[in-house]
Write a protein that binds this ligand. Structure first.
Ligand SMILES: Cc1ncc(COP(=O)(O)O)c(C=O)c1O
Length: 381
């Protein structure tokens, strides 16, 4: 039985109050005051001029690609090591995904490999800030500007991450977010598309609302979608963004604690490069030996601790197995693990998790000093 899950949303603010307001006022669908309030608060927090709420992070990516006019015949660069929604969205618009390998230190998209893969058909780079650390978005922007192609930032896992003092999401032509239940802030299911350009924002607003022109009811000027967020979801989102600083602080503290307690083990906690601010969406570790990954997960699960393996490299999935090999992404994927990372994780639970990891290594590896590790299976009281 799972006693310590990987994630649990932090719902200690005005969520219940605002949702009750929706129910009592009957504004439960995709009209209502919480939608604009959430969008405004979100754009203020991230520091972008325009934000459009949508009903999940996958449609946010789809909408971004449609709004930029990406179409069949175009190529889009995307990291091999990311969630499947990124590449699926490229395929939804009929474009060709081109996989880019990872950097070994940050695990993010490698700008040099990206540069090598640009062709006359490349129309966009879909950059992802994986597991909360910003990717090398400055270098990717240089590349996009140099070739006159679009830069899309997928910030689903990186709300709160910054390059210098600038929040991610402000570097590309479009940036997308997810508010799934395990994300830094959640609306149950939900997402956001942010842009710098007013005409692109207007296009996104029309596309997400069935292609309906702004001031003319039932005049559908383009083929659009129903990608609207509900007022109930936005009510939860508003309550969540009110607490974002607290949530991020708790996550950072968890990461620091894990880093300290997991010292001298044959693994490393995701590094934070100087000049970058990691949001620690998931506290992620990479083991020295891939053979340990699934055995360690099994051991932790037998103690009631849930973990997540890293994403498979996209070229390992059946529908994408014809795509480019990316050896660094393959290596990171085989050795990576996300640890329980929810803001309410107690220190006692965290110590228990780290003791169990130490115990695993003591019983499975000769590289540990016995004095440093629990000799008997730690129990959680
Ligand atoms: C990097 C990335 N992009 C996109 C998504 C898709 O978001 P959603 O699950 O809200 O559709 C996720 C979700 O986990 C993600 O991690």
């Amino acid at each position: 039985m799972v006693e310590v899950p990987v994630y649990r949303p932090f719902l200690h603010g005005n969520e219940e109050k605002y949702v009750l307001e929706c129910l009592r006022s009957t504004w439960i669908s995709s009209k209502g005051s919480f939608i604009a309030q959430f969008e405004r608060s979100f754009q203020e927090y991230v520091g972008t001029p325009f934000a459009s709420s949508v009903n999940n992070g996958t449609v946010a990516l789809h909408l971004a690609l449609v709004a930029l006019g990406i179409q069949p015949g175009d190529q889009v660069l995307v990291p091999s090591l990311t969630y499947v929604a990124c590449i699926n969205a490229i395929c939804y618009v009929g474009a060709e995904p081109v996989l880019v390998d990872s950097l070994p230190n940050t695990w993010q998209m490698d700008p040099v490999d990206a540069a090598n893969k640009i062709t006359a058909k490349t129309r966009a780079i879909l950059a992802v800030h994986l597991y909360g650390h910003p990717c090398d978005i400055v270098q990717l922007k240089v590349l996009a500007d140099q070739y006159g192609i679009f830069l899309i930032e997928d910030c689903a896992e990186a709300l709160g991450a910054q390059v210098g003092s600038t929040h991610v999401g402000n570097f590309g032509h479009v940036a997308t977010y997810s508010f799934f239940g395990n994300k830094t802030i959640t609306t149950g299911e939900g997402g956001m598309v942010v842009v710098q350009d007013p005409s692109l924002h207007e296009r996104i607003q029309i596309l997400k609302n069935q292609g309906n022109a702004p001031n003319r009811a039932y005049w559908h000027s383009m083929i659009g979608f129903n990608y609207r967020m509900t007022n109930i979801a936005a009510a939860i989102g508003l309550a969540q963004i009110e607490q974002v600083a607290l949530i991020l602080e708790k996550k950072r503290n968890l990461a620091e604690r894990y880093r300290k307690l997991l010292q001298n083990l044959p693994l490393s906690v995701h590094e934070e490069l100087s000049g970058y601010h990691h949001s620690y969406w998931m506290v992620s570790v990479i083991l020295d030996r891939s053979e340990d990954r699934d055995l360690l997960r099994q051991h932790l699960l037998s103690c009631g601790i849930e973990t997540r393996p890293f994403f498979f490299p996209l070229q390992h999935l059946p529908m994408y197995c014809h795509l480019q090999k990316c050896p660094v992404a393959e290596d990171i994927s085989a050795r990576g693990l996300n640890l329980p990372s929810f803001p309410d994780l107690t220190d006692k639970e965290l110590v228990f998790i780290c003791d169990q990891i130490r115990y695993y290594y003591r019983t499975h590896s000769s590289c540990l000093d016995a004095a440093d590790t629990p000799a008997v299976l730690p129990t959680f009281i």
